[in-house]
Write a protein that binds this ligand. Structure first.
Ligand code: TTP
Ligand code: CA
Ligand code: CA
Length: 662
């Protein structure tokens, strides 16, 4: 590996000037300290992910336009197709009109009577009997994650899977090692013995950025010589370039990346230029970089809080908001949120890259259109849910007793009300598809017995409370002994029991990275679920919270939280158009009063509430949850990285309304 142009003979130590950084800050890199200004975080996001998966699976040439279809809608569009103006806002018919050569590949589906998901030519016409399977994409996601990990030194990596197609890398420790290797002078202790002493200055020679997009500096900064933070981020960008090249070479996928000092800025960086590009945001460039971005595009600011800030302070310009003193934010937003917000618009973020990547719960769901009206119909879906969840449990290692869920919940929606019933998963005997089915059938019976179950708009099955099974060479017997011999009776859990089965309680260590802004979101769904005492109560997982929080960097970017997946759209977009009378009607959501142009959008939006309720119910505290973009009406968002990527905003909201799960 070549040094970052240290200027040949001019060794950093010979430079009489001192760095802005200290020996302590350098040493902190080795321990992934969240506060050292030398820290380097990368965010990697796959380009048009599901579309690339299909192209690779089908062997489609890279320049061919392809989109991934779900019923009549599109959920991923490759870059050649985007050139034709095709985006997620299009339905298949519109997209084919724009580009007759478009390959529209339908997602794989589960179908009643089949015990495996499959790619089916007639899936689009079978919304009533099929259920989308994202397994093919999960599988690719896992392979990509494994390749990324393999391309980093085993003992110096910290990788967080942030969604089905995104990871964060904390490159600090690897960069620390690399700095010491390239600049042996840095290994010597501070001459005075005091670690708060400034480091010697690195060479003033220009750094070699290769083909990275380097975010510009303010004019007066351009003349300033690079310091160690610039050298560190340069090494970071070299590492990321190699990681991306490995993914490309071994698996064929292209991805984009952002490299910066923290997660907030690196995520904005990866979206800045796509596809197949990487963007470096040096510390000195952050303020200028953020000035280009609207506040509502930032993490956790896509929803109610962002809207509140904009209406309270009368601007969505980050530049203007930066002129407002902290005290004013405190008066309007409360102390903690104000501090968090004040930092965020300055690109300050101390959140950790969290390498615990294990799934904490799984959900299989279906929204019905037409609505289902009997236990027989529902039972058919329960079989599919059980099959879906079971196959994912197998991938999680249930057969090898690696991981095992302790609770099962069924969620049922009728007449605007969601009812949930749960029970412990009996231990001591194998958990297979049939066992899952019997459990959820019993839960359905409980709901049906109460009456008022039909017609049903949504059903979903979730498992959670994962427990670690055998480790190392422990035999199967040891695993089973750990568990109760007799299955507990089938009944809903009370709160205490739920606490007992929740593994991995939230860590007690103070979380520096999470502002207490939950209150902005927590009331939205209050009172929406029936409050019977037998109802299942939330299970919390720290990781789930962070996954959800990290998913909401931009307003409504979909992500896999490990808990919720986008499910089937409820109807074809072809229904709504100028000839459809409902197109002209303004419909309102009974829960949040958001207005919609057509029934499909309203139904989608209501599905989102449904999914959100379930998601909330499976956590102790509501985490950062936001409104679907569609519910915010056809207002005001605009430029910013996402729209630079060719997703026209107003259209995007329509496309987003297809999503059920935030
Ligand atoms: P994104 O990363 O948001 O988008 P993308 O990978 O398709 O395109 P880009 O190059 O702009 O990153 O989402 C990842 C995958 O998640 C996407 O390929 C399909 C799925 N997804 C949906 O199913 N529905 C949605 O509305 C969104 C946004 C994504
Ligand atoms: Ca992506
Ligand atoms: Ca993504």
């Amino acid at each position: 590996m070549s040094p970052p142009s240290p200027g040949g003979a001019s060794s950093p130590l010979r430079d009489a000037r001192r760095s802005r950084f200290t020996y302590r800050q350098l040493a902190q890199l080795a321990t992934y300290s969240i506060t050292t200004p030398l820290r380097v975080i990368a965010h990697i996001d796959l380009d048009a992910f599901y579309a690339q998966c299909e192209m690779i699976r089908l062997g489609v040439a890279e320049d061919k336009p392809l989109a991934v279809q779900q019923w009549q809608g599109l959920i991923a569009v490759n870059y050649p197709a985007r050139k034709w103006g095709i985006g997620r806002h299009c339905n298949v018919a519109e997209a084919k009109k724009l580009c007759p050569d478009l390959i529209a590949q339908h997602v794989a589906t589960w179908r009643e009577g089949d015990d495996k998901w499959a790619y089916r030519d007639d899936a689009a016409a079978n919304i009533a009997t099929d259920k989308v399977s994202l397994d093919p994409y999960r599988l690719q996601s896992r392979k990509i994650l494994a390749t990324i990990k393999e391309s980093l030194p085993r003992d110096l990596q910290k990788v967080e899977k942030a969604s089905i197609d995104e990871v964060f890398l904390d490159l600090s420790a690897q960069i620390h090692a690399e700095l010491l290797r390239r600049f042996p002078e840095l290994s010597s202790p501070p001459p005075s013995g005091d670690v708060s002493e400034p480091l010697p200055f690195p060479s003033a020679a220009a750094l070699e950025w290769q083909n990275d997009n380097l975010i510009d500096l303010e004019e007066d900064e351009e003349a300033v010589d690079p310091d160690w933070d610039d050298v560190a981020i340069l090494i970071g960008s070299e590492i990321v370039r190699r990681v991306r090249a490995q993914v490309r070479e071994k698996l064929g996928y292209t991805c984009s990346a952002g490299i910066a000092n923290n997660k907030l800025v690196s995520k904005l960086g990866s979206a800045f230029k796509k596809p197949n590009e990487q963007t470096v945001v040096r510390n000195r460039a952050v303020m200028l970089f953020l000035t280009e971005i609207k506040v509502t595009k930032m993490r956790n600011l896509g929803g109610k809080l962002g809207d509140q800030v904009v209406s309270t302070f009368g601007t969505e310009s980050i530049k203007e908001l930066r002129d407002i003193p902290l005290e004013q934010f405190k008066a309007k937003l409360g102390e903690e949120t104000a501090i968090w917000f004040y930092n965020t618009i300055r690109g300050i973020d101390h959140s950790e890259v969290n390498s615990r990547t294990q799934i904490k719960s799984m959900l299989s769901a279906k929204s019905f259109r037409p609505l289902i009206k009997s236990s027989e119909q529902a039972t058919k879906w329960l079989r599919i849910f059980a099959g879906d969840i079971y196959s994912r449990l197998v991938e999680e290692g249930i057969l090898e007793h690696k991981r095992w869920p302790r609770t099962i919940n069924l969620h049922h929606r009728h007449a605007g009300q969601t009812r949930s019933r749960g029970c412990p998963i009996p231990t001591g005997k194998p958990l297979d598809e049939q066992a899952l089915f019997i459990l959820c059938k019993e839960l359905l019976n409980q709901i049906v017995a109460e009456g008022g179950a039909w017609p049903c708009t949504n059903l979903s099955l979730s498992v959670s409370g994962f427990e670690e099974g055998v480790k190392g060479n422990m035999g199967i017997g040891a695993f089973f002994k750990k568990r109760d011999e007799t299955p507990p009776p089938l009944r809903p859990l009370n709160d205490t029991e739920f606490e007992n089965v929740a593994i991995e309680q939230p860590s007690k260590k103070p979380r520096l990275d999470k502002p207490n802004i939950e209150r902005f979101f927590s009331k939205r769904n209050a009172g929406s679920r029936q409050g019977s005492p037998s109802e299942t109560q939330p299970l919390d997982m720290d990781k789930q919270q962070s996954e959800v929080a990290d998913s909401l960097w931009f307003d409504q970017e979909w992500k896999e939280s490990g808990m919720l997946e986008p499910e089937t759209t409820t109807s074809s977009h072809e229904n709504s158009g100028p000839e459809d009378p409902s197109y002209l009607t303004v419909l309102a959501c009974p829960r949040c009063k958001a207005s919609f142009d057509d029934e499909v959008s309203l139904q989608s939006h209501e599905d989102w509430h449904f999914a959100k309720d379930i998601q909330d119910s499976e956590r102790v505290k509501p985490a950062f949850a936001e409104q679907p973009a569609a519910s915010r009406g056809h207002g005001s968002k605009g430029s910013g990285p996402a729209s630079k990527r060719g997703r026209p905003r107003t259209k995007r909201e329509q496309g987003q309304s297809k999503l059920k799960f935030g």
